[in-house]
Design a protein around this ligand. Sequence first.
Ligand code: SF4
Ligand code: SF4
Length: 287
Amino acid sequence: MSPTIIITIISLSLLALVSAVILYFVAQKFKVIEDPRIDQIQEVLPAANCGGCGFAGCRNFAEELVKSESFEGLNCPVGGSDVMGAAAKILGREAPVVDPLVAVLLCNGTPEFRPRTSKYNGAADCRISNSLFAGETDCSYGCMGLGDCVRACAFDAMYMDSVTELPVIIDDKCVACGACVKACPRNLIELRKKAKKDRKIYVACSNCDKGGPARRACKVACTACTKCFKVCEFGAITIENNLAYIDAKKCTFCRKCVTECPTNSIIELNFPPRKVKAEAQGEAVNG
Ligand code: SF4
Ligand code: SF4
């Protein structure tokens, strides 16, 4: 081997050695010591990386939990109380009480109730359609039926019903991650407090037009007649922007508003059938 090659090999080896030593010291000086609890918390999180917590992924959420002083405003909707309790245990904190939520659709404008008055032939995308025109019906607030919400759901908790042309939420699968809420350009999906036996009462309408035009566009539109507001003894109903809203936290499920609503825009779900008045009276007489 020629002396030039030997010198080159030795010089390069020395250079590599010096670089390695420098890199080692630089790495030591600037190394970030990560809190080991981040890994522990990440392990108890569901690894859905759905963003339902408001962070880019489960790791970011774990970092935030460790960094934060309390769990105020922090929640993993997919894991719910169990997961938040496990994270709290790792951090030696009080486990937060989290009300489970479920998505509901604030529109009941099926073709039967809300006739189609025009035809949309553009891209099958609610956001695009919404930016171009008011929709195929005379209600510019209602569901466009193009399924952005369904595509956004990573938990297969939604599907489009071909008859009603509305998305359907499967309660048992919905983890309240909120992806559908963000996806809907018309803000038609709300996360509501989950009640026993999946019971729900809510105004399935988002039409803010005055009564007449709202009703002409859809037979089950809320006309803000205030009848439900007046009948509710628990102050659970408010009327704003020509629209009634039922506060799930105040509603006691008495169902008086449902029968009072002249347009059937209040939906009750998962209740046993109502007793017919005569039958109920008969029962009272017979004891
Ligand atoms: S229905 Fe909506 S909130 Fe429920 S899991 Fe699917 S995207 Fe999330
Ligand atoms: S609820 Fe919203 S996102 Fe879903 S199909 Fe209707 S308009 Fe589209």
